[in-house]
Design a protein around this ligand. Sequence first.
Ligand SMILES: C[S@@+](CC[C@H](N)C(=O)[O-])C[C@H]1O[C@@H](n2cnc3c(N)ncnc32)[C@H](O)[C@@H]1O
Length: 307
Amino acid sequence: MENISTAYLSAEGYVDRLTSELEGVVAVHDRLVFTDHPLQSVYWAQNVWLNPIIVNINSISDAARQLKAIQSSWILYPVGLHRRAAFIEEKLPRISSPVLTFPDSPPRSPLGSWTLLEQNLLVASSQCTSPFPNGEIFFEEDKEGPPSRAYLKLWEAWTLMAERPKEGEFCIDAGGSPGGWCWAMQQLGAQVLSVDRSPLDKKVGRLPGVEFKKGSAFALQPEDFDCVDWLCSDVICYPEKLYDWALRWVESGVCKKMICTIKFQGEYDSQIVKRFASIPSSRVVHLFNNKNELTWMWSGEPPEATD
Ligand SMILES: C[S@@+](CC[C@H](N)C(=O)[O-])C[C@H]1O[C@@H](n2cnc3c(N)ncnc32)[C@H](O)[C@@H]1O
């Protein structure tokens, strides 16, 4: 553990998948994976520690003093020695988990992460990729309107993109039933075409601005539309099928932005994930609200047409 360069906190339950994505792994503590390599692109991390350092401590107060000397905001990721770690935590300024009211922006102040590995040794990283404690994003939930909690994925994706549908924009909601995503788009004032083989929840289907089409989302093609502001897909399907369909929309120039859930049922295929990630102006992440799935977000311009 002398030579650590970056550390990656995996999404819950996916430490093996994260470890297989990484080069130079030197230690794994619970969900925290240390490497001796500079920053690497990974998909299954919930937070990345960008500049971890080893801090030798001689007491609880000394640990808190040394951390506070670096910066004021720290969050503990506990991997053991829980009592001692909790005592150190008590001596640090209190960080409460922010509960976001969508569409509020994420916190701006830097949040460092630390963990106690041995009685007198902790690792601390003042810079992390997520502004949320251990990458966990909690929203104030709406228990009345949406018929499923899937809308939390869309809220999280829009929060990360710092963009969302505007009033009057046209959105396609592929694989929309029972209607959590549809509800989230409609609440922003968008016009939503929801497509699914199963019907929408009646309450959502009756909302103004919502149109439902029964059938396969893959029957929808860019040629059938003049302009789609957002195409969002939560369809359960093979990632390859989704990739081919999504790429057609990207290349068409008809669609402005896309969010698609890439779902894995059988064996995990890292190659298809890399193909999604290599589409310009896009990124693939494991949202805190994702399960055995990743989210592909595309906010780019279509490629220039060539003669
Ligand atoms: C995870 S659910 C979607 C949840 C939805 N986003 C929400 O917020 O309530 C996946 C949906 O994909 C639909 N589905 C599966 N294959 C489809 C296809 N080829 N075309 C359209 N919908 C499909 C299923 O019927 C199911 O309703």
